[in-house]
Design a binder for this molecule. Structure first.
Ligand code: PHE
Length: 444
């Protein structure tokens, strides 16, 4: 028999850990460029509506499953329904593992860029030169792989110490640090001369740019950013005590995650406009556009170090949650030893991460459906397995789970009945239809 299950030491500890999972590269690296590519403020408004309706509702659904069962995603579905439902858990765990592998690659870049900002080797006001430095770096067969390994090792070090002493403790230090750094950077960015054009782009909507594609991009971003659809919130929910409230904590996590994304937008977009760069530069916005901007700013080196440190922190508390999904499965289902399991899963993660990293350089010739390994895995998880997981979770909580379990949620947290009714409608109808639509759209 496994030893007694660990629990978060307090409500705040849980909120910080879950917000740590949600706040990640998705908020700081991905959100600003997706917003930039999708026309700015109009995208932001759509994103906010989706996050607080569908996203928030699915966070609650996942936490309900975890808290009710006190188990990892596979164990949870086995306990609650059996039949084919545990497949939803297996899909989740596999998705978490795959995302973790390429997440470590990109997180490794942020670590490298933090180090390189300290040694002063990446900043240059010549954007073409920064671009060249970046492509040389990511296509190198060794350097990024080494940073991937270091980042994966950091995640392992946190997770092997367990839920309260590892994950919660890391979040207690890192999340406040993240917020402080973020606010310093927002202060710097919005006071740059010419920043107002960027603020306007971000806050004044132009709905003529909105297409179906914008909606799908917003929904996909919401799922990724809130860590939904692969059992991360189920797993973190399983470390709540059976009577801990869910609703208020879920709301906090959603608010923190969204605020960080908006603040990251307010760091990046005003700076981009102030220096006349392209907001639709895509994934390179963080690693190419920004270093060239930092190079032109007074004290730019300091802000660059802070910015990449911010990314490292955000990525670490997210990677930890992805790793915990896999580790919790082995610990619960096979009574495996946490420390050994974490090290083994970490090692496998690295092995799977290597091809992703090499796919940007020496292995770029090997493609799956026309994409390199990293892009293919990103596509597979973001467009297929994550939405499938989210769809199954919504359907499960909306239609399959015993009504008592959901009723508990209502009683514990004294939420107004109308809010519960709205949540039910979203989980039963709105979320499944919306997710099924992106799924079909992503495939065709
Ligand atoms: N939410 C994280 C981010 O925004 C990524 C993540 C996805 C983490 C799924 C855990 C689970 O970067």
């Amino acid at each position: 028999m496994a030893s007694e299950r660990e629990h978060w030491s307090s409500r705040l500890g849980f909120i910080l850990a879950a917000a740590g999972s949600a706040v990640g590269l998705g908020n700081i690296w991905r959100f600003p460029y997706v917003t930039g590519e999708n026309g700015g403020a109009a995208f932001l408004i759509i994103y906010l509506s989706i996050v607080f309706s569908i996203g928030f509702s699915v966070v609650i659904a996942e936490l309900i499953i975890g808290r009710a069962t006190q188990l990892n995603p596979v164990g949870a579905f086995k306990r609650l329904a059996g039949g084919v439902w545990p497949v939803a858990g297996y899909v989740g765990i596999a998705t978490a593992f795959v995302i973790l592998s390429f997440y470590c690659v990109i997180a490794g870049w942020t670590l490298a860029y933090m180090v390189k900002s300290i040694t002063g080797t990446v900043l240059s006001s010549d954007i073409d030169q920064v671009g060249a430095t970046f492509s040389t770096f990511i296509s190198d067969p060794f350097e990024p792989v080494i940073y991937t390994a270091i980042f994966a090792a950091l995640s392992v070090l946190v997770v092997l110490r367990g839920v309260t002493h590892g994950i919660e403790r890391a979040a207690r230090y890192l999340m406040p640090a993240l917020l402080v750094i973020l606010l310093v950077l927002v202060g710097r960015s919005v006071t740059l001369e010419g920043a107002s054009a960027g603020i306007a782009f971000f806050l004044q909507p132009d709905f003529s740019k909105v297409t179906w594609g914008t909606l799908f991009a917003a929904l996909g971003q919401a799922f990724f950013s809130l860590s939904l659809g692969m059992g991360a919130m189920i797993t973190y929910g399983s470390y709540l005590r059976p009577h801990d409230g869910i609703f208020g904590s879920a709301l906090w996590v959603t608010v923190i995650d969204t605020s960080v994304a908006v603040l990251a937008g307010l760091v990046i977009l005003p700076a981009v406009f102030a220096f006349g760069a392209e907001p639709s530069a895509g994934p390179g916005l963080t690693f190419i556009t920004l270093p060239s901007i930092f190079a032109q700013m007074p004290l730019g080196e300091v802000f660059a170090i802070l910015f990449f440190f911010l990314l490292v922190i955000a990525a670490l508390t997210s990677a930890v949650s992805l790793l915990e999904v896999v580790v919790a499965y082995f610990v619960d289902e096979f009574s495996a030893n946490r420390i050994n399991t974490t090290m083994i899963v970490g090692a496998f993660t690295f092995v799977v991460a290597v091809p992703s990293s090499l796919s940007l350089g020496v292995w770029s010739g090997y493609t799956i459906a026309g994409k390199g390994v990293l892009d293919a895995l990103d596509f597979l998880t973001n467009n297929i397995t994550m939405p499938v997981g989210g769809l199954l979770i919504a359907l499960f909580v909306g239609w399959v789970i015993k009504p008592e379990i959901v009723r508990d949620l209502v009683e514990d947290s004294k939420i107004p009945p109308i809010v519960v009714a709205a949540w039910r409608i979203v989980i039963r109808f709105v979320a499944p239809v919306a997710i099924a639509t992106i799924l079909v759209n992503g495939l065709v």
